[in-house]
Design a protein around this ligand. Structure first.
Ligand code: ZN
Length: 247
C-alpha cells in the first residue's frame, strides 16, 4: 500500500496538467449521504421529488423542506481528508482543476478555487422568472430558519442553480470539464463509480489523449483495467498522501 501511495505521489509531482474528478464517495467521508448507495438518500420516502423540476415549480417548499438539513447545513459539515489534500495540491500548483458531480460546496469550503460543478451548484440561487441572482450565504439564514428565499424584484421563490431532474446540464461546465479532461495528463478519479453519463466518459477523454488515470473508489468501475493505479480506500490513500506531502 505505502509503496503504491509513493508511486501516486510520484505520478502527481511529475504530471504537467493533473485534474481530479470527484463523486459522492468523497463526501460520504464528511457525513453527507449519497443518493443511490446502500443507505442513500433516495431510500427515504419522496426524496426523489427533492430535485424534480416539476415538483419545484408546483411547490418549492418540497425542495426547501427536504434540502434544509441536507444542502443548507453546511456549517456542520467539514471537508474530508480528500477535500483537504486536493486543495493543498492546487496550492502546490500540482492540481489544475477539480471536476465534481457533488453539490455540497465542500471543495470550496476546503479552499479549492478551480471547481467545475457539472451538476450545477447551490452557490448561486436564481429567480426562475426574472433571473435575479444571489449567493448561497445570503439566503442561508432564511432557509435554515424554515423560510424560503424570495426574489426582491418579482417575489418568486428562488431556485438553487443545482441541475434538477428534467433540466439540462450546464453547457459551460460540461465544455470546460471536457476541455480539462482532454488536456489532462493525469486524472484522479475519486469516489465515483462512473455510471452517470456524461460524467462517466470524462476519464476517457484523458485516456484518449494519451494521459493516465488513477482510480480510488470502493466499487468497481468500467475503467479499472485502464488505470495506472487503483486503490479502494479513499481515506487511507489520502491520509497517506497527506503524510507524504507534509514530510
Ligand atoms: Zn424575480
Amino acid at each position: 500500500m505505502n509503496s503504491e501511495i509513493n508511486e501516486l505521489y510520484r505520478l502527481l509531482t511529475s504530471s504537467k496538467h493533473c485534474v481530479a474528478f470527484t463523486g459522492a464517495g468523497i463526501s460520504t467521508l464528511s457525513g453527507i449521504q449519497d443518493f443511490r448507495g446502500k443507505n442513500g438518500l433516495y431510500k427515504k420516502p419522496n426524496t426523489e421529488l427533492m430535485f424534480d423540476i416539476n415538483a419545484f415549480m408546483t411547490d418549492p417548499s418540497i425542495y426547501y423542506s427536504m434540502a434544509r438539513d441536507y444542502i443548507y447545513d453546511i456549517d456542520s459539515k467539514e471537508p474530508s481528508v480528500v477535500h483537504r489534500v486536493l486543495a493543498q495540491l492546487e496550492r502546490l500548483n500540482i492540481l489544475h482543476a477539480i471536476i465534481t458531480q457533488n453539490i455540497d460546496l465542500l471543495h470550496q469550503k476546503a479552499g479549492s478555487e478551480k471547481v467545475i460543478e457539472i451538476h450545477g451548484s447551490p452557490a448561486i440561487h436564481s429567480c426562475p422568472s426574472c433571473k435575479w441572482q444571489t449567493g448561497f450565504y445570503d439566503i442561508l439564514d432564511t432557509v435554515k430558519s424554515g423560510g424560503m428565499p424570495h426574489c426582491p424584484n418579482c417575489g418568486a421563490v428562488l431556485k438553487p442553480n443545482i441541475v434538477f431532474f428534467g433540466e439540462s446540464l450546464p453547457e459551460f461546465a460540461i465544455d470546460s470539464a471536457i476541455s480539462e479532461s482532454s488536456k489532462s495528463d493525469l486524472m484522479l478519479v475519486l469516489g465515483s463509480s462512473l455510471v452517470v453519463y456524461p460524467a462517466a466518459s470524462l476519464p476517457e477523454y484523458t485516456l484518449n489523449s494519451g494521459g493516465q488515470i488513477v482510480i480510488v473508489n470502493d466499487m468497481p468501475t468500467h475503467l479499472d483495467k485502464q488505470a495506472a493505479l487503483h486503490f479502494d480506500d479513499l481515506e487511507l490513500t489520502f491520509s497517506g498522501l497527506e503524510e507524504i506531502i507534509a514530510s
